[in-house]
Design a protein around this ligand. Structure first.
Ligand code: UD1
Ligand code: UDP
Length: 386
């Protein structure tokens, strides 16, 4: 019998982080299936940081990032290049992860060629098309095109069911980011040689910050930066570490407001191992990132989310995060509370609801069963229960 060929695509830093353990688990099953790894390279440097950390060499690299790319241009490039790529590779299944333009456009390209799509991290919903933008739409559109929906949590499955997705095609796997973390957190690590090496972390309480979302560019990001300045002025024992995303719309605002601020360290994006260890050393994490919302509870760190709402409410529902928006005063108030009230701080530490470190194994097993036409692809008792 011919082995089925599974193509896995990734464009950005978080997709690569969350696909890495799936690629590994599928390659372990090379007697059952063939895998082809495709990078659109919607991100270049930030994707390469992850690929080199996990020793992933894409079979095909479309190298399509352009400076300050527009959503339309990026979508057109992915669609055009993926047509030829999929025609050449002829995969039996395309696996996509998350909510980026790469995910949405590659799913459309596969659909037009009648190649089935498996969507990892399916079913996250904020129910507001403009928050996060364009990711909420990318996810919903991908759900319409996908045939296999790999929901990370029971809540994500529920959202898909509410939209009429057939239950037979939804599988709760846990989030693969927990798998990526568990493979790296045991590795020996030192900040030496990283952009963090000279920072006086041990003498301060560290607040780790990231913010990059399109809907926050401009005024909201400016408000956040002003709040950070206010915090270091008020708390002399605090140092803020902010690895700044390479999107030029982020860098312009952040550099303008914060480049001279005392005890605010703006760094280049750090590699994932370094970032995990920064999280581990942080007193508190403040972010608008999707992935960081899933990682902070795993490391038992209180989390403040710089958004109006989130498509990942599991941490909030468990009391482990707060959705604080982007008003300067609100950000200052919420950070100050956690810096001064130990009871409030301790109340935000609990067990991670996003995964158990076995998501990639479940997904690989399921893909093998799909390749052999076995049903069900994943037994209910083997699903992630949270
Ligand atoms: C993209 C995703 C977003 C995800 C984020 C992860 C879309 C629409 N957005 O946002 O969902 O949260 O990635 O970080 O898919 N750039 C570089 N080098 C890099 C990466 C980016 O220079 O390695 C610069 C380029 O000028 C690029 C710009 O950032 O044009 C924007 O990149 P893009 O992928 O379009 O959007 P992000 O804001 O990174
Ligand atoms: N991250 C990293 N280096 C950094 C900042 C973040 O490796 O300097 C990791 C972080 O741990 C998380 C992922 O990048 O796993 C999140 O990426 P991002 O915030 O860019 O995208 P999102 O998750 O919001 O789509």
């Amino acid at each position: 019998m011919n082995k089925k060929k599974i193509a896995l695509i990734m464009g950005t830093r978080p997709e690569a982080i969350k696909m890495a353990s799936i690629i590994y688990a599928l390659k372990q099953r090379s007697s059952d299936i063939d895998t082809v790894v495709i990078a659109t390279a919607q991100h270049r440097q930030m994707l390469d940081q992850v690929l080199s950390l996990f020793n992933i060499v894409p079979d095909i690299d479309l190298d399509l990032m352009r400076p300050n790319q527009s959503l339309n241009d990026l979508t057109c490039s992915v669609l055009q290049l993926m047509q030829k790529t999929l025609e050449d590779v002829k995969p039996d299944l395309l696996m996509v992860q998350g909510d980026t333009t790469t995910v949405f456009a590659a799913s459309v390209a596969a659909f037009y060629l009648k190649i089935p799509v498996a969507h990892v991290e399916a079913g996250l919903r904020s129910h507001d098309l403009y928050n996060p933008f364009p990711e909420e739409a990318n996810r919903r559109l991908t759900s319409v095109l996908a045939q296999i929906h790999l929901a990370p949590t029971p809540l994500a499955k529920e959202k898909l069911l509410n939209e009429g997705v057939n239950e037979e095609n939804i599988f709760v796997t846990g989030n693969t980011v927990v798998d990526a973390m568990s493979t790296l957190l045991d590795a020996p690590f030192s900040f030496q040689g990283s952009p963090i090496e000279n920072l006086p972390l041990s003498q301060h309480r560290v607040i780790l910050v990231t913010s990059h979302r399109r809907e926050s560019h401009g005024e909201d990001l400016k408000n956040t930066c002003l709040a950070l300045k206010g915090i270091v002025q008020r708390f002399p024992d605090v140092i803020i570490v902010y690895p700044v995303h390479l999107n030029p719309n982020v860098r312009k605002t952040v550099m303008e407001i914060l480049s001279d601020a005392e005890r605010i360290a703006l760094t280049e994006p750090v590699d994932y191992l370094c970032f995990l260890n920064l999280m581990r050393n942080a007193h508190l994490i403040v972010t608008d990132s999707g992935g960081v919302q899933e990682e902070a509870p795993t490391l038992k760190k209180p989390l403040l989310v710089l958004r109006k709402l989130t498509e990942r409410p599991e941490a909030f529902n468990a009391g482990l995060s707060k959705i604080i928006g982007t008003s300067t005063q609100k950000i200052i108030d919420e950070i100050s509370l956690l810096l001064t009230d130990d009871k409030a701080y301790q109340a935000m530490i609990g067990n991670n609801p996003f995964g158990d470190g076995k998501a990639s194994e479940r997904i690989a097993e399921l893909v093998c069963r799909w390749a052999k036409n076995q049903k069900p692809l994943l037994q209910y008792e083997n699903e992630f229960k949270s």
